[in-house]
Design a protein around this ligand. Sequence first.
Ligand code: KG4
Ligand code: ZN
Length: 366
Amino acid sequence: MLLAIETSCDETAVSVVDLTESLKTHRIELRSDLISSQVKFHAAYGGVVPELASRMHLENLPLLIQRALSEAKTEIRALRAVVVTQGPGLKGCLLVGLNFAKALAFSRNLPLLLANHLEGHVYAGELLPDRPQYPMLCLVVSGGHTMLVLVREFRCYEVIAQTRDDAAGEAFDKIATLLGLPYPGGPNLSRLAERGDALKYPLPEALRNDPAAFSFSGLKTAVRKLYENLGGPAISEEDRANVAASAQRVIVKTLVDKSVAASQLLKPQSFVLTGGVAANSLLRAELTKALGVLGVPCVIPPAKWCTDNAAMIAALGVLMYRQRREAFESWSNQKDSLGPGVSFGVDAKPRWPLSEINIGVNGYDQ
Ligand code: KG4
Ligand code: ZN
């Protein structure tokens, strides 16, 4: 069994996967997949409070691990490896998961695998029966990131486009706050937008002709101006929904247009939509339609695997283990490491862009 731990932001998530079966069947044999969401605790503050999030991880993690093992009908003794998110994310939050994983790996003599959260999102498609094929083009849209990445093979990335300022999720969240919607903004804005007319108030689409960049901060300003022109806090309910729908339309259109342009150019075998904003139903529908026209298979995991979760970290862990299986299997009870290439002093990486990962065919960082 492989235990996966994710604590990079405000969700404590733990998953157990049957490693032996996964290596045999070449599928991700998930045995449990738990998330303890802290949303309602942060809602009172209008956003994630990092210190509160770390403290809640500290409380939740041991209990969640016990439950995940019991739901998987297994126990700590059956673990063969531990994979944990090392970054990017909130430092205090990452440290809770990482230190728990280090202690567990050390005490049970298990190899520790260090996962990049963004890579986790990239491989969420591996959890599906119809897995994506390489080269795959991946749109990662979350609260902190907006990027199109070409994945030529496992852990071989080329960032095609990324945001110059706000992430798409951040734009959803900030516009939602402006319209007086409670945290978390994205899902609430999208719910309000269902009742609005998306074409009533045209909003600007930034960097339309730049295939290598996204920008969402100008949209936020345009929405603020429109909101003020419509009466500010005295805006009618109908117009509030119209503004929400128009803002959502522009964000989705920008994401879809750039994804289509990159797909036309790069002709990937699969397109993967992932990250929290991939839970947005308009984005899912529009992207599927647009890529369908191009004949590019579009892989979109269910919403629970688009927002932060540990199943995607488990999937990445299985793939990392498989790539260096011999090194992991021959490693045992070493006094000087926590696993092949993992030192005791390993620390959390709050900043860890995909462009810093360059893994060769042998599976080692170049
Ligand atoms: O991947 P994620 O769970 O956490 C990060 O790694 O950031 O993404 C969270 C982001 C938030 O900005 C949230 O508002 C957005 O994803 N989000 C949505 C929806 N569900 C979550 N945005 C638009 N529509 C949704 N349905
Ligand atoms: Zn995420």
